[in-house]
Design a protein. Structure first.
Length: 478
């Protein structure tokens, strides 16, 4: 652990940001291609394909919060977070690569269990490395602007990774290995497994942890099982409830769009060869617009930035209903780009808010547990994706989609269209309302930090009546 406060430079920002090459890219590949791989390449039924993802998350309900608690208690010469970056390098590669091996056993059940095992392994490794990673900014710095820079660096690499993950795998499968998609997915697993594993060496070497004083350490002294039970107290914090609601709703909409995009372009539009261009257009604008949304967030708040982006997504999703198989390709690409413009803050802001949720939780419950907060967030992300993909698989089966068929029925094609367009609207609409209610802005954050620092020192921070009301909106307590 660092004894003196270190200064954030370009090198440390890049080093920290590179960790989300794994986080930003791996789940995008899974959300866009994994169900398609299982149904159309491996040959699993849509029901079993969705079940692979859903059943795999039962373990996550325990492992993610548990890893947060373990990380909070870890003691090593490398700190309580960074040590996990070092030990996870090889497992990151192997667990991702195994997902994309085309193995067909004598019956569907045996094939199902192989991919279930592989998916559980991937999720476990992801938890071991990403939960400590997500909580690291809270310990690298207690300064608002430095945390914002760390979150910005993370989102930059995350969306750059998403851009690569959204274009290269589809290009390999649909173009380079068009006649042999099994080999294409094998290469996806090999190339991206290495891409996601190797940066952790740089993340480990270029980051650090500082001892940040806290009001209480009672949770660290409590038993692990009792602390696990106490995680429910996170929901007593109003800011956390609003934050996680925005996160779950926004990412549910994102997962529906991601999972159905390839089906929409391939079967409804009838031009599967432009899928990579559509996804690339979306991700490029998602990346290029990030600085704009960060500027908006720094001026009026991250919740407001999220609300603006969510509103754009809502409007563009409605516009997609007007597209037809005869629509010009340029119009489809432009619509995809506008979708990326709106998705940028919906994807970025919930993770940028994570250090603020840790502070708000500490102010509310008087416990420092950044690792536990990150663990709950990682769990929610994976549960949301699992449930979304599971129900997406059920919907595919319900509309009469036939896995591997070159032509789909008219009912199935219209069903794909409606899932892609209307599926995200309800979730993104409610998420927008929660974002408007989110109380932490640059001004109220400064008040929260001063109050928290006084609490850590065992003192009371003198507040005006208006400031007391602001703190009440943050914590939900009088």
């Amino acid at each position: 652990m660092a004894e003196q406060k270190k200064r954030l430079g370009i090198g440390s920002l890049v080093s920290y940001g590179m960790g989300d090459i794994y986080g930003g890219g791996s789940f995008l590949i899974i959300s866009t291609l994994f169900i398609y791989f299982l149904t159309d390449v491996v040959g699993l039924s849509p029901l079993l394909a969705g079940l692979v993802v859903l059943v795999g998350k039962a373990w996550d309900a325990i492992s993610d919060p548990l890893m947060g608690l373990i990380s909070d208690r870890t003691k090593s010469r490398f700190g309580r977070r960074r040590v996990y970056f070092l030990v996870s390098i090889i497992p990151v590669f192997l667990s991702f690569w195994m997902l994309w091996l085309t193995l067909r056993f004598e019956n569907q059940l045996a094939t199902f269990f192989y991919y279930l095992f592989s998916y559980v392994l991937f999720c476990t490794v992801y938890t071991i490395v990403m939960v400590p990673y997500s909580s690291l900014p809270t310990e690298m710095s207690g300064d608002y602007r430095e945390r914002a820079r760390l979150s910005g660096a993370r989102m930059l690499f995350s969306q750059l990774s998403a851009l690569i993950a959204g274009t290269i795998p589809g290009f390999l499968v649909k173009n380079v290995y068009r006649e042999n998609p099994s080999q294409g997915f094998f290469m996806v697993g090999l190339i991206f497994g290495l891409l996601y594993a190797l940066p952790w060496i740089i993340v480990f070497m270029g980051t650090w942890e500082e001892d940040i004083p806290t009001a209480q350490t009672t949770q660290h002294n409590a038993g692990l099982i009792q602390s696990f039970k106490d995680l429910g107290s996170l929901l007593s914090c109003r800011s956390f409830r609003l934050h996680i609601g925005m996160y779950l709703l926004g990412y549910t909409a994102l997962d529906i769009l991601s999972a159905s995009f390839v089906y929409f372009v391939t079967y409804y539009i009838g031009r599967g060869n432009i899928y990579t261009l559509c996804l690339g257009s979306m991700l490029i604008f998602q990346l290029l617009s990030l600085p704009l949304h960060i500027t908006i967030a720094n001026r009026i708040g991250k919740g407001r930035s999220y609300a603006i982006g969510a509103g754009i997504v809502f409007l563009v999703a409605i516009f997609f209903i007007t597209l037809t198989p005869a629509s010009p390709t340029i119009l489809i690409l432009a619509s995809s780009a506008l979708l990326g413009l709106g998705l940028s803050p919906v994807v970025a802001m919930p993770w940028a808010m994570l250090p603020e949720s840790s502070d708000a939780d500490e102010l509310t419950n008087h416990i420092e547990r950044a690792g536990s907060v990150a663990g709950v967030f990682t769990l929610c992300r994976k549960l949301v994706q699992a449930l979304t993909l599971y129900f997406f698989g059920l919907l595919l089966q319900a509309i009469g989609y036939t896995a591997g068929a070159a032509q789909q029925s008219a009912a199935a094609i219209q069903g794909i269209r409606y899932i892609f367009v209307f599926g995200p609207l309800v979730f993104i609409g409610i998420g927008t309302l929660l974002a408007i209610l989110y109380p932490i802005t640059p001004k109220t954050f400064a008040l929260m930090r001063k109050t928290l620092e006084a609490s850590r020192a065992g003192q009371a921070f003198p507040c005006t009546e208006l400031e007391e009301e602001s703190l009440k909106k943050i914590t939900g307590k009088k």
